[in-house]
Design a protein. Sequence first.
Length: 584
Amino acid sequence: MGQVEPPISGQKANSSTNPNGNPPPLTKNPNLTNHPPQILHQTQPFFDRFSPAMDTMMNPQEEFIFRSKLPDIFIPKNLPLHTYVLENLSKHSSKPCLINGANGDVYTYADVELTARRVASGLNKIGIQQGDVIMLFLPSSPEFVLAFLGASHRGAITTAANPFSTPAELAKHAKASKAKLLITQACYYEKVKDFSQENGVKIMCVDSAPDGLTKNEMPQVDLHPDDVVALPYSSGTTGLPKGVMLTHKGLITSVAQQVDGENPNLYFHSEDVILCVLPMFHIYALNSIMLCGLRVGASILIMPKFEIGSLLGLIEKYKVSIAPVVPPVMLAIAKSADLDKHDLSSVRMLKSGGAPLGKELEDTVRAKFPQARLGQGYGMTEAGPVLAMCLAFAKEPFDIKPGACGTVVRNAEMKIVDPETGASLPRNQPGEICIRGDQIMKGYLNDPEATSRTIDKQGWLHTGDIGFIDDDDELFIVDRLKELIKYKGFQVAPAELEALLLAHPEISDAAVVGMKDEDAGEVPVAFAVKSEKSQVTEDEIKQYISKQVIFYKRIKRVFFIEAIPKAPSGKILRKNLREKLAGM
């Protein structure tokens, strides 16, 4: 999505209230007249999360807090995650739950529940204890789902890695998370064999594992809502990847915010077939496809890898009704020469996430799928991940504007703050997007300093994204404070690539930024300063990086310059480099 210009407005957010103390609704829906959106005007001090000294300098100020147009709902936060998502098992026990698009294998809901318990028993038998970390590096597959649910049953924590990561990347991830067990396929065994032997970490290959034990041999596990159940890795707003601690309560809250209630924000139901072409090791697929799909009793069609011809054929064959994708997949669908050869009329919802969806692409896809609701959500791993969701996806939908990222999810609060002063901003004023609610992360693993920089003393998670909320409560992303590069929805941290570049003997300084790309959204490119008398070439540097990182982190271009622009503090002036790119 290109940058969005906020409307010019000198007006303060509407503070008039009805007799119940709530402001009037801004977007009318005849089915929701008793629950208008809320803007809470509160007088309380703002505590700057970067400078404790600010606590004594700031005066109390008015806060503009935005809530969903949908009413808050009851969320059963005291359940374990696996119990919550399979709470309605008895209604769907014989129904297809997981469909393996690669070979047609089907697991019913009863199969999934029983096998997950057997996995938990197997984990217990090999010594996995409550609170231990299990690392999955598997392609999207039924085995991924079963391993995740089994770990939850056992009280273990799941962290997941891209199976195409290099051995060095996998070792770094496993060591940082203190994984006690690595679960993979036999074809990836060689990648972690050395790490396993050197560190005494067990490996289990799902395609050669022995049968699990019976569910009656499950150990008793006493789980607390604040226990961590998932540990995805994210680079946050800046810096190197960090473990994001997501709890049972947090993920239950996030799933409920999307699919629970009489008028769910994301209307999935038990007759739906939900496409899963996105990688399950990414929080988008893990939460908004896998967990949401299980919760409503839908069938989940799993593709281990993206291939446009297979994708279109499977949508037609299984009559897919829900297609959560990222913009590059949506672009591939829209541009496919085979699109008109397939009957895709079953698709009723096309949901984009992971990166902004441009208006031009949105219009193109809308013309190709006139029967489908089209829109996007906005998320961040640390937020659980969903902050905002398109209300065109609700059971009783609202009209939406092109380019909007949705409205804040229910049972949560959002505000927009001035990045310089921390002041809370009214409608139509761009600032940093902040979210508060039970769905956000517990914190970064073993990194209280990074946690305190991201979540302030009042519980607000600061996203690093710049946006504004308009008069209809819709959120628009304008820019990013954070330095992350989004390659086809994958996060690429410049700091990680810069560290590798600086380790090269013929590079004295380097910086990495994102360059716009039609297919990928962004690609990483490097600006480098050669060491004295160096004759190193662009291709040599690209090959040097490619040998050390996964495919989506590979540098696409290297530009040699005299000096990296930096502020007096030493911070790289990435804006200057982006401007230089734009002028090339």
